[in-house]
Design a binder for this molecule. Sequence first.
Ligand code: FMN
Length: 290
Amino acid sequence: MIDFCGIELAHPVINASGCFDVLAARACFGEELIERFPFSAYVSKTVTLAPRAGNPPPRLWESAAGMINSIGLPNPGIEGYLDEHLGEYAKLGVPLITNVMGSTAAEFVALLAALEDRSEVAAIELNVSCPNVATGLDIGADPRGLRLLLEELRPLTQKPLIVKLTPNTADVGACASAAEEGGADAVSLINTLRAMALGYGGKPWLGGGSGGLSGPAIRAVALAQVASVAERVAIPIVGMGGVSSGADAAALLEVGALLVAVGTESFRDPAAGARISAELARLFAENAGS
Ligand SMILES: Cc1cc2nc3c(=O)[nH]c(=O)nc-3n(C[C@H](O)[C@H](O)[C@H](O)COP(=O)(O)O)c2cc1C
């Protein structure tokens, strides 16, 4: 058992937000998926205060060793999430981490208030990759702003707060440290790296203009960023970015992560979660025996 912010988890592998739609997966794989759920906690896709339709298509570009997505966080809004999704997620038999994003501190406050009395929610992941409407900078890219946000949010909830850091910043260690000073219980990283692709006639391919790069292409960046954050904070780290195998997961644990999240690999191999957990367990067993 792993103690993650007071939550007991059976093993260190969870899903990355937005990368495992459990309702769609159940429709494909049936109830067996629920009976042998591959992740030790389930992380929801980002939920915002108001419903969002997401970006116009095309939304995906396959890059060398990865993909660029410009999905644009479509979601039913917090009310729709509570009415339509929470009940289903609560049946999974693993702790639920709800990922939320606000574009102002007031929006984050309202999102936390809506979740506070919902015992189905074990922890809240704060997606701070959204531009601050006042400064235009990503909220999570500015250490001072991030600390102030956490100082405002921390007293408002009993639930653990995990800050999902953006890699699109000059010094991710400073941002992680600011989140910890503000009262974050854990940090998770990395989110996608800002990227774009050109289509016909030199026009951006993606409907949203630019998007976020993920998959094996970002694995080495994730390893470096998790290692530098581990040197700066004492709170638990959820490492992610290009994890495709047990060995990739082990590398993130080696440099200081407590948990590892599987993202893009689940689109390529829908059974990746179970496979990566089994590979990691085998590596642990081999190391214990050597
Ligand atoms: C299609 C897609 C949708 C995503 N949606 C979200 C999201 O809703 N919220 C979020 O915090 N991160 C989201 N992410 C980022 C992932 O959670 C993860 O941080 C990133 O993809 C790096 O991991 P990976 O290389 O294993 O995919 C998304 C990534 C992809 C590829």
